[in-house]
Write a protein of this length. Structure first.
Ligand code: 5AD
Ligand code: FES
Length: 332
């Protein structure tokens, strides 16, 4: 189900606070998901990346980044700890790191599914060939996150070097959906050169793709990148977009992201109240947390998995919501 609003209305909501919007988004969120907030355990297993996106702190051109990789065994250990803490979805995220070839990634996915058959595995490892996506799916991966970053081709080219292509990114998202993944797209709010028109295109794109998940968070500059002195996106704009996305695509899985928690101490709580229904506490080993720095001042880098898990529970309870211990699948 997706709802139609006029272009004018959407553009108005992007730029202006409207209490009706917030109210309606919260109503829809409750209608579909009640007071449940789904949790995903995020495992950032490598910060090596062959890409050089201008906004990202782990871009290959950033010599200041200290690089790390987790072994399959270390990833399994994170999942075991996460399982004991009540996580039933694991999100494996990394830079585009060719060190993990298809076979290795398949072994990691099937290894997790063997150990925890009642859990969902989400991959977020970037652009791949269709046959790789198919292989991961056959190995048991349930979901895939690949933010489209912007649905405007000219804007895409301002955020990425020429080696990267908008067309290939779109091809990837189409392939993922066709293969049968619960698929997530998304973008940064307030990225350099973003306009009301490019955001409107993002919304149109979401309407067309009908993804099961949409990940959005504010752009936050990372000082060692080409965009290191650009202005950050705002919480207000991010909250408005969360509400708009809930409105145009009422049953979507919509996280209140770490980036939102980074620009405001109550960002994630406010994100849930604006229509989000997912949070993704970090399960990565504390020894590597500090190094997965897409942007500056990232929160939770010093906290053990258990601390993050219970901190999140308290935060959700403080606004009248419950953390759900289940896979938290998309409700078609
Ligand atoms: N600020 C906010 N989000 C960022 N991402 C990458 N760099 C930044 C940044 N500086 C987001 C991108 C990417 C996701 C994993 O993190 O949208 O897809
Ligand atoms: Fe990580 Fe609060 S959620 S410390």
């Amino acid at each position: 189900m997706t709802q139609n609003f006029s272009d004018q209305q959407l553009k108005y909501w992007i730029e202006n606070d409207d209490p009706w919007l917030l109210n309606e988004a919260q109503k829809l969120r409750r209608q579909w998901y009640g007071d449940q907030v789904y949790v995903r355990g995020l495992i950032e297993f490598s910060n090596y990346c062959k890409n050089d996106c201008y906004y990202c702190g782990i871009r290959c051109g950033n010599n200041m980044a200290r690089r790390y990789r987790l072994t399959p065994q270390q990833i399994f250990d994170c999942c075991r700890e996460g399982y004991e803490l009540g996580f039933r979805t694991f999100v494996l995220q990394s830079g585009e790191d060719p060190f993990y070839d298809d076979d290795t990634l398949c072994r990691i996915v099937s290894g997790i599914k063997e150990r925890h058959p009642d859990c969902a595995v989400t991959l977020s490892v970037g652009e791949k060939e269709r046959k790789s996506y198919q292989a991961f799916f056959d190995a048991g991966a349930d979901r895939y996150l690949l933010r489209h970053e912007t649905a405007d081709e000219a804007h895409y080219e301002k955020l990425h070097p020429v080696e990267m292509s908008y067309q290939n990114r779109m091809r990837c998202l189409r392939d993922l959906k066709e293969i049968g993944y619960q698929t997530g797209c998304g973008f940064m709010v307030g990225s350099p050169y973003q306009t009301v028109d490019t955001l409107w295109e993002d919304l149109q794109f979401i309407r067309r793709l009908k993804p099961q998940m949409v990940g959005i968070g504010p752009f936050i500059p990372q000082k060692d990148t080409p965009f290191g002195t650009e202005t950050a996106g705002t919480m207000e704009m991010t909250l408005r977009l969360l509400s708009i996305i809930r409105l145009i695509h009422p049953h979507v899985l919509l996280p209140a992201t770490t980036a939102l928690g980074t620009i405001h101490p109550k960002g994630r709580e406010l994100g849930i109240l604006a229509g989000a229904n997912v949070v993704m506490p970090n399960l990565s080993p504390v020894a590597v947390r500090e190094k997965y720095k897409l942007y500056d001042n990232k929160i939770c880098t010093g906290d053990e998995a258990a601390e993050c898990r219970f901190c999140m529970q308290k935060r959700m309870e403080s606004i009248g919501y419950q953390v759900a211990v289940n896979r938290g699948d998309f409700q078609p």
